[in-house]
Design a protein around this ligand. Structure first.
Ligand code: ZN
Length: 450
C-alpha cells in the first residue's frame, strides 16, 4: 500500500511549494510528489491511503549537523560561566557523577526532544558512545562521531588504539540509518601528534571526521600566542605547549588534518585566509549560531562562507549550551543574527535557512543523494509543521510562516525512512514519560552533588 502524506502545503525544497500537495511513500522511499489530486490520479485511488495533515506544511526532515545527546541532563546546569570553567564543570560532572546508564537516559531524552522537533538526522558528537544506541533505539538517522582526547603527545598512540577498538565495535552494529565517525575533540584537548594519527586513521579507514574548531577567543589565544585561559590551564597541569603562532584552521591545515575534509564545528574565528583553506580543502562547516551567541563567542562568517559556496549546515550544539534542540528556532536565529550583523534586511531569506536546515545539512554530512529534499527516489524522511495555530495565522507564505512564526512545538509528524516516529504528541519508539522521570532524577542527583 502507498501512503500519501497530504497537507495544505508541501515544500519539496528542491522545487517551489505545492498548494494542496502530497508526498507518496512506499517501502520507505518517496515515489511521487505533487498536487494531491494528481498523485491520486497517477497512482490510482484504490492503491493510495491518504494521511491528511490538514492546514500544515510537509517538508523534508530537519538535519541537525551538531549535537551532544549525552549532555541533555546538563541543560541549564552551566549558565553564565566563562568558557574554560564551563568546559571544566561539564567534564567533571560527566565523569564523576554520571554512569553509562545515566548518559544513555540523557541521550534518549535528547533523541525524544529531537524527534518531537522534526529532526530526522543527527550528527552527534559523543564521548561515552551512548548516542549510537540512542539513535538505534529511537529510529532516527544519524552519525555518531566518537570523541578522542589527549593533550600529552606521549599518550597519542594509546588514544588512537582506544579509539580504533571502539570504532571496530560500532562498525559491526552500523545500519542503513546509523553510522559512525571520529571526532578529535578540539585543538585545546588534542595534541598535534594525536591529530596526525587520527587523520591518517580516518583516511585509511574512510571514516568521517568532526572537529570543534575556531570557537572561542581562549582557543585562539592558546594557538596564536600561548596566552589566555586554556594556556593557563595547560601550565597548571604541567603540559608543555609551544604555540604554533597561527589560527586553528591554519594549524589544522599544517598538520594535514584538512585532507580528511572534516566537518568543522563553529568556525566563529575564521579569517579570510582560513575560509580560503576551508574552501580549498572542501571541508564542511557546522554552524551553531545560538550556542555561539549564548556562550559569548560571536557570530561565524556564514555570509562569506555562502559566497564561497562552502558547505554549511545548521547545528543546535548541546542543550547545555543552547538550551533547546530546536532547528526551526536555530534557523530563525541564524537569519536574524546575520541580518542584524550585516545591517541587511535582504540576506538569508526564510527559504535560505530552511534549505540550510534540510538539504544543506544533508550535503554537509554527505547524505544529499539520499535525503534533504522531497523528490522521487529519495528516502522518506519528512515532517509536518502545523500552520493552523493562532501564532502563525494568516499564513501568506509557508516558508516564512515556518521560519518566522513557528518552532519545534508546531511539528506534529516525524517520519524517518517511511517509519512514523512521532504523531500528534505521541512518540512511537520512546516512552516520553519514563524519560522525563529519568532526566528529573538525574537533575536532582547533579544538583545535590554540587
Ligand atoms: Zn559541540
Amino acid at each position: 500500500m502507498i501512503t500519501a502524506y497530504a497537507s495544505s502545503w508541501v515544500l519539496p525544497i528542491s522545487s517551489p511549494p505545492i498548494n494542496n500537495g502530497a508526498v507518496a511513500v512506499a517501502d520507505g522511499k518517496i515515489i511521487a510528489v505533487g498536487p494531491l489530486a494528481e498523485i491520486i490520479d497517477q497512482l490510482g485511488p484504490a492503491n493510495v491511503q491518504i494521511d491528511d495533515q490538514g492546514e500544515a506544511a510537509i517538508l523534508p526532515g530537519l538535519v541537525n549537523v551538531h549535537s551532544h545527546l549525552e549532555l541533555t541532563s546538563m541543560r541549564g546546569f552551566l549558565e553564565d560561566l566563562p568558557f574554560h570553567q564551563w568546559i571544566l564543570k561539564l567534564t567533571r560532572t560527566k565523569y564523576r557523577l554520571l554512569s553509562r546508564e545515566d548518559l544513555l537516559a540523557s541521550a534518549l531524552a535528547g533523541a525524544a526532544e529531537a524527534i518531537k522537533a522534526g529532526i530526522t538526522t543527527m550528527a552527534d558528537t559523543c564521548d561515552s558512545g551512548v548516542s549510537f544506541d540512542a539513535l538505534l533505539i529511537s529510529g532516527q538517522r544519524g552519525c555518531m562521531f566518537q570523541e578522542a582526547f589527549g593533550v600529552n603527545p606521549a599518550d597519542a598512540e594509546q588514544s588512537l588504539n582506544d579509539l580504533s577498538s571502539k570504532i571496530e565495535k560500532y562498525r559491526q552494529r552500523t545500519t542503513e540509518l546509523v553510522s559512525v565517525g571520529i571526532s578529535p575533540h578540539a585543538p585545546y584537548t588534542v595534541s598535534s601528534r594525536l591529530f596526525k594519527l587520527l587523520t591518517d586513521y580516518a583516511l585509511r579507514e574512510r571514516l568521517d571526521v568532526c572537529i570543534h574548531a575556531a570557537e572561542s577567543s581562549a582557543e585562539a589565544g592558546l594557538l596564536l600566542s600561548g596566552t589566555g585561559s586554556f594556556a593557563e590551564g595547560y601550565r597548571t597541569r604541567g603540559i608543555d605547549w609551544e604555540a604554533p603562532g597561527c589560527s586553528t584552521i591554519a594549524y589544522l591545515h599544517r598538520l594535514g588534518v584538512l585532507e580528511a575534509r572534516p566537518l568543522l564545528v563553529h568556525c566563529v574565528a575564521a579569517s579570510e585566509d582560513d575560509l580560503d583553506l576551508i574552501e580549498q580543502s572542501r571541508s564542511r562547516v557546522a554552524h551553531c549560531p545560538k550556542s555561539n551567541a549564548k556562550l559569548g563567542h560571536g557570530i561565524a562568517p556564514l555570509i562569506k562562507m555562502r559566497k564561497r559556496r562552502i558547505s554549511a549546515g545548521l547545528g543546535t550544539d548541546s542543550v547545555a549550551s543552547n538550551n533547546t534542540c530546536d532547528l526551526i528556532d536555530e534557523a530563525r536565529f541564524c537569519c536574524l543574527a546575520h541580518r542584524a550583523q550585516e545591517r541587511d534586511e535582504a540576506i538569508l531569506k526564510a527559504g535560505d535557512v530552511l534549505e540550510m536546515a534540510t538539504i544543506g545539512g544533508a550535503k554537509a554530512l554527505g547524505l544529499d543523494e539520499r535525503i534533504g529534499t522531497l523528490e522521487p527516489g529519495k528516502e522518506a524522511d519528512l515532517i509536518a509543521v502545523d500552520l493552523s495555530q493562532i501564532h502563525c495565522l494568516p499564513g501568506y507564505d509557508p516558508a516564512d510562516a515556518i521560519i518566522y512564526s513557528c518552532s519545534a512545538r508546531d511539528v506534529k509528524l516525524t517520519v524517518v525512512a517511511g517509519n512514523v516516529l512521532y504523531r500528534c504528541g505521541a512518540l512511537k519508539t520512546l516512552n516520553e514519560e519514563e524519560l522525563k522521570q529519568a532526566i528529573r532524577e538525574l537533575g536532582k542527583r547533579i544538583t545535590s552533588a554540587e
